[in-house]
Unconditional design. Structure first.
Length: 309
């Protein structure tokens, strides 16, 4: 199972520390032109459409405009594996059955239009379109996935899981995997360890998360074996939250230089260092889950271990 870290223009450049780190980036205005500043370009990338951002705006660009932003990302980094995601209509704020059905229909219409745009470009074989499965129960997920398949999609992602509880997320991932095959499925934005355990058991191909950066922004640091989250003692977190004032033993790139940098709440550069540290420990958790799944055989994510020259 491949882990893609969600990345935005103000985040740490993860590939500076982990050359094999896989990235998901959204085609939103602030991200335009930013991949060019990566010293080490991502080898695997998902070019998201940014639908969660755009549905909150009064107006949105045309599908073609979003597509062109994605193409510019692709041209600036030239990965050896890339997935391009069509614009979808998230169900995060859809409460009625009719609203959910309309969101699913809009997503399928956009997927059809997007496939036409994609085919017009004659991309290399390592660049693939990813269809977004939007549904609210088994029947709608199956319908959405089968319609995407008819359009020619062979890689799929399931979205709109963030508003669901843990058990519902796992249930919906299972529905999608049963329909399209777990090895063809990406899961958008799922971050919990129980969900990751379930995804490993299901055998999904990949998932993405912004959790390393989001936790860092809220003054949190991760440690693994066992996996725990701590708030910085200098932060304004609730007193009942687990706190830490000194670093624990760690071999991440940041701690090998100065672990105390993690515990400086601001400026933003220290937040970025925390996100690099957090990525390291979340990757270890994923690696351990995969190793356990494989019966103890050594399965190492290439971006887990980093050595200094």
């Amino acid at each position: 199972m491949q882990f893609y870290v969600g990345w935005s223009h103000s985040d740490a450049i993860f590939t500076d520390y982990y050359p094999d780190c896989s990235i998901l980036v959204s085609a939103v205005p602030d991200n335009k032109g930013t991949l060019g500043r990566f010293k080490t370009k991502p080898k695997k990338i998902i070019l998201d459409c940014g639908s969660v951002y755009y549905v909150k705006q009064a107006t949105r660009p045309s599908l073609k405009d979003i597509f062109e932003i994605q193409v510019s990302f692709l041209e600036s980094c030239d990965p050896y594996e890339a997935y391009m995601v069509h614009f979808d209509e998230p169900m995060l704020n859809k409460t009625s059955l009719s609203e959910r059905y309309m969101a699913m229909e809009k997503t399928l219409f956009n997927a059809y239009e997007y496939m036409n745009l994609f085919n017009s470009k004659n991309f290399a074989r390592h660049v693939l379109p990813m269809g977004v499965i939007q549904g609210y129960d088994r029947a709608s997920i199956e319908f959405s996935a089968k319609e995407l398949s008819r359009m020619g999609y062979r890689s799929f992602g399931i979205g709109s899981l963030l508003a669901q509880n843990q058990n519902k997320q796992i249930e919906m991932i299972n529905y999608a995997a049963d329909t399209v095959g777990s090895s063809n499925l990406h899961v958008f934005g799922v971050t919990g360890v129980p969900q990751m355990q379930a995804m490993v058991d299901i055998g999904v191909r990949s998932f993405d998360s912004t959790r390393p950066t989001m936790a860092a922004a809220f003054f949190q640091v991760f440690y693994s074996r066992p996996f725990k989250t701590y708030f910085l003692s200098k932060s304004h977190a609730k007193l009942s939250s687990p706190r830490l004032s000194e670093p624990l033993p760690c071999n991440c790139p940041v701690c090998q230089v100065n672990a105390h940098d993690l515990f400086i709440p601001s400026p933003r550069e220290h937040m970025r260092l925390r996100s690099i540290h957090n990525y390291y420990h979340l990757s270890i958790v994923i690696n351990d889950l995969l190793t356990e799944k494989n019966g103890g055989e050594g399965y190492a994510l290439p971006d887990v271990l980093w050595t200094r020259n």
